[in-house]
Design a protein around this ligand. Structure first.
Ligand code: SF4
Length: 476
């Protein structure tokens, strides 16, 4: 059990995304909007860097003491009458949810947006048990109806046009719906309300679980999280084990930076805090059963390694919005549940390199992701470390290995380096166009098709330096 890498190779996925004309317009437009509003919203805080440093310190302390805070959170949930299930891997997490559903005779589940349940492919396993599963976040609902997968952590359907959604909903309605966002949203709301009212179980993620009291915190903009956690008789919250926060004071800091970094809001429209246990006797609202499933699924392997900082992530999506690569290729090209820079880091860490070895290279290493990250994760450094690990495991391609061996050989022999620089300047002439190389054989062609490759200078640095030192020429 667990996600398999897509059968389509990474470069083919990228090619397909680059040919998608709507995606090439919609994704940059949405991500730029998020990116700009994020800057304003953080600036409003005053001293945004200090807030981010504080948020980072909270995450670093929490992850460094994860065993302690998870145990505290679990005790608090159980003290409130909830049940805690520890899941070492995806299979254990799925089995925990299935056994809760079986015991409660569940036939219909409503879900709020949860990346960890995507990671577990939970819907597929519930449906295999004959249970109807309905995603209730509007973007996730669209994705589910279309048999698609999310392409952004916080905007899962960012790659869909309104016309695509209209056609999808029209098929469901059995009649043509108008090309009007409000009408389409009203249609979804009516459909989902029926599902909320008749569901036996609600499954949510958890943006945070407060260790000192066991409360589950959901940050949403649609209110569906509240319905999922309060209307059905059973509520199951599935959390990645890193989503714990020690205290309410710590939560207050993270809630200052999360919505601002995600959507540029001071506070999301709904920040729901659920009791971390069943509704007290005599209370009209709330579930009769509450379960918290704490999912490891590879996360504990990162503890104590240089990748531990990957667990600091609060899933705001700001690194996706800042990333020049994500903006061009969108989320599906990455192939995993998590896309963008954080996906390129954690997917190979959680799933292993097999099938994901290209992801650490899907970055220009410009550092824009680090600049945007509210908890200051050095994503670009982690990507370099992953590339280094790949090289240590001898996973690099044959051409890359040969090229770097040749480069090392040259760098160790100054006479050969000088000779090669002069030879390259002469040999490149057929490929040179206005200071750039175009085309070329083998891997050079692959590179120049997608990236700029500056031509080797006609005169070497050493020649220019020697002339300058001799007072001859202008160094050109
Ligand atoms: S790595 Fe940082 S910027 Fe990216 S989703 Fe996580 S917290 Fe947000």
């Amino acid at each position: 059990m667990g996600r398999r890498p897509p059968a389509e190779p990474f470069h083919a996925r990228v090619e397909r995304s680059l040919r998608d004309t709507f995606l090439r317009v919609a994704v940059p437009a949405a991500t730029r909007r998020f990116h700009l509003t994020r800057r304003h919203a953080l600036a409003e805080l005053g001293e945004p860097l200090r807030w981010r440093q504080l948020a980072r310190a909270i995450r670093a302390h929490t992850i460094a003491n994860l065993d302690r805070y998870l145990a505290q959170a679990a005790d608090a949930v159980e003290a409130r009458g909830g049940r805690v299930h520890w899941a070492l891997d995806a299979a254990a997490a799925v089995e925990a949810v299935l056994s809760i559903a079986r015991a409660a005779g569940v036939r219909r589940v409503v879900k709020s947006k949860s990346m960890v349940t995507e990671e577990l492919e939970l819907n597929r396993w519930l449906e295999a048990e004959g249970i109807e599963v309905v995603e209730t976040d509007l973007g996730e609902y669209i994705i589910q109806l279309d048999g698609d997968s999310p392409s952004h952590i916080i905007a899962p359907a960012v790659h869909k046009t309104r016309e695509q959604v209209r056609q999808l909903f029209s098929r469901l309605a059995g009649q043509e719906l108008p090309d009007d966002a409000q009408a389409l949203t009203d249609f979804a709301r009516r459909r989902l309300r029926e599902k909320f009212l008749s569901a036996d179980m609600g499954i949510s993620g958890a943006n945070f679980v407060v260790a000192e009291t066991g409360h589950v915190v959901l940050v949403t903009n649609e209110g569906n999280g509240r319905m999922v956690t309060s209307l059905p008789r059973v509520h199951v919250a599935v959390m990645g084990m890193e989503r714990v926060v020690p205290t309410w004071e710590d939560l207050a800091v993270l809630l200052e930076v999360l919505p601002r970094s995600a959507t540029g809001q001071k506070l999301s429209v709904y920040t729901s805090i659920t009791g971390g246990g069943p509704a007290p006797a005599g209370e009209g609202d709330g579930p009769q059963e509450f379960h918290l499933v704490i999912v490891d699924n590879g996360r504990s392997r990162l503890l104590g390694t240089r990748y531990q900082e990957g667990l600091h992530c609060i899933r705001c999506g700001a690194c996706l919005n800042a990333c020049p690569v994500y903006r061009e290729i969108g989320g599906h090209a990455y192939g995993g549940v998590y896309s963008g820079p954080i996906g390129a880091v954690i997917t190979p860490l959680l799933e292993g390199f097999d099938g994901w070895e290209e992801l650490p290279h899907a970055s220009s290493l410009c550092g824009a992701c680090h600049e945007a990250c509210p908890v200051l994760i050095p994503l670009h450094d982690l990507l370099v470390d992953l590339r280094s690990d790949e090289a240590d495991q001898e996973r690099a391609g044959r051409w890359e290995v040969l090229a770097f061996r040749a480069y090392r050989w040259l760098c160790e022999r100054p006479w050969a380096y000088r000779w090669a620089a002069r030879a390259a300047a002469a040999l490149q002439r057929p490929l040179e166009e206005a200071g750039w190389l175009r085309g070329g054989p083998g891997p050079l062609k692959a590179w120049t098709e997608g990236r700029d490759f500056p031509a080797v200078a006609a005169r070497t640095f050493r020649d220019r330096w020697r002339d300058l030192a001799a007072g001859e020429g202008d160094g050109q």
